[in-house]
Structure formats: structure tokens, C-alpha cells
Design a protein around this ligand. Structure first.
Ligand SMILES: CC(C)(COP(=O)(O)OP(=O)(O)OC[C@H]1O[C@@H](n2cnc3c(N)ncnc32)[C@H](O)[C@@H]1OP(=O)(O)O)[C@@H](O)C(=O)NCCC(=O)NCCS
Length: 168
């Protein structure tokens, strides 16, 4: 598995993968479907992320060149927040799970963050998302807080967990 910074040419495959991951779980917002995202919109989104020094998009590519995982990371806009990177989407194709892809994406992010002088990684996840919570704990993130009823999932309101990792 090759874990690398995404290129704009990945947009179509990335869109398909994000759609597959979002449609396969209740514990993600269904952005692609709700926003009616197409390849043009995904290309524009990737270009915005890749143009800024403190944002990135990382993908995991299988030996047959299919994308198996993705991670969007967004640094703060203002000087006082530019050192903190928010994970703004992370997913692994169902066929590739429990093979270390999620951990590989987070390790690549951490290496990228170190190279770019970032100090902190952070994210929010739906509290019932046990797989993601276990993954982030395994990657060295700590629980930092809770937002009650932050998300609506069908008829249910679920809490958000806030997690963070301060880099050495
Ligand atoms: C959460 C997700 C990204 C994990 O990806 P993955 O590639 O399967 O994770 P990894 O194989 O790197 O797992 C690393 C560790 O995380 C933990 N973990 C991962 N999935 C788990 C699960 N379903 N149950 C319990 N622990 C899990 C384990 O500690 C695992 O190590 P192990 O396999 O040696 O026990 C994947 O399940 C996914 O895409 N889910 C849907 C999208 C999502 O929830 N994204 C996160 C949004 S915040």
C-alpha cells in the first residue's frame, strides 16, 4: 500500500471512494450526497486544500492503483491557529479495513505535519463511532472534550467527541 499526497488527477477516484465510505456508515455526514458533489466540485475542493501550506489531502493506493483510503487535513487560517491541523474527513474502503490503512494515513499526516512545522492535530467524531475512536487512540490522540447532541443521525441526536494530539 502506497500512502501519498493526493494529486488533482485523483479527484474522480477519490469522489467514488468518499461516496462509498460515507454511504456505508451512519457515523459520517453524507457530504457527497447532500451537496451533490461531482468531479468538478471534488477537484475544486482538493485544489483549495493543496494550495495552502498548512492543508493537505493524503490517499492510500493499492498495488493495482485503486484508492483504498483518504484523509483531508485543514490548518487554521489565522496566524494564531495556523499550527493546528484539523482532520476534516478520513475513511478507508470497506474491502481494505483492519489492514493498517487508517493508521498509515495518520502516520503520514503526522510526518507531513512535522515537516510543515505544525504543532497540533485535532478532530471531532461522532461518539458512537467506536472503530474511529479506537483508531485515534491507537494513533496517540487523547480525548479532550464532548459536545452534546452535536450531530443529528436520522431521528437521533448524538454527541461529538473532541480529540487531539500535540506533536513533539
Ligand atoms: C475508522 C476507519 C477509518 C479505520 O480504518 P482501518 O484502516 O480499518 O484501521 P486500521 O486497520 O489502521 O486499524 C488500526 C487500529 O484501530 C483500531 N480499530 C480500527 N477499526 C476498528 C474496529 N472496527 N473496531 C475496533 N477497533 C478498531 C484497532 O486498534 C486497530 O488495530 P488492530 O487492527 O491491530 O486491532 C474505518 O473503519 C472507516 O473508514 N470507517 C468509516 C469512516 C469513518 O468512521 N471515519 C472516521 C471519521 S472520524
Amino acid at each position: 500500500m502506497l500512502v501519498r499526497i493526493a494529486e488533482l488527477a485523483d479527484a474522480a477516484a477519490l469522489l467514488d471512494l468518499v461516496r462509498e465510505v460515507e454511504n456505508g456508515t451512519d457515523w459520517l455526514l453524507h457530504e457527497v450526497e447532500e451537496l451533490g458533489m461531482d468531479v468538478t466540485a471534488m477537484t475544486r475542493r482538493m485544489a483549495q486544500f493543496l494550495a495552502r501550506g498548512n492543508c493537505t489531502v493524503i490517499v492510500a493506493e493499492e498495488h493495482d492503483a485503486r484508492l483504498a483510503g483518504y484523509l483531508f487535513a485543514l490548518g487554521g487560517h489565522l496566524a494564531g491557529l495556523a499550527h493546528a491541523v484539523r482532520i476534516n474527513g478520513l475513511g478507508v474502503a470497506p474491502r481494505a479495513r483492519r489492514r493498517g490503512v487508517g493508521l498509515g494515513l495518520l502516520r503520514r499526516l503526522e510526518a507531513w505535519a512535522g515537516e510543515h512545522g505544525m504543532r497540533r492535530l485535532e478532530l471531532k467524531l461522532m461518539a458512537p463511532n467506536e472503530a474511529a475512536h479506537a483508531l485515534y487512540l491507537r494513533a496517540g490522540f487523547a480525548d479532550e472534550g464532548l459536545e452534546r447532541s452535536a450531530y443529528r443521525v436520522g431521528e437521533r441526536f448524538v454527541d461529538a467527541l473532541i480529540m487531539g494530539k500535540v506533536l513533539p
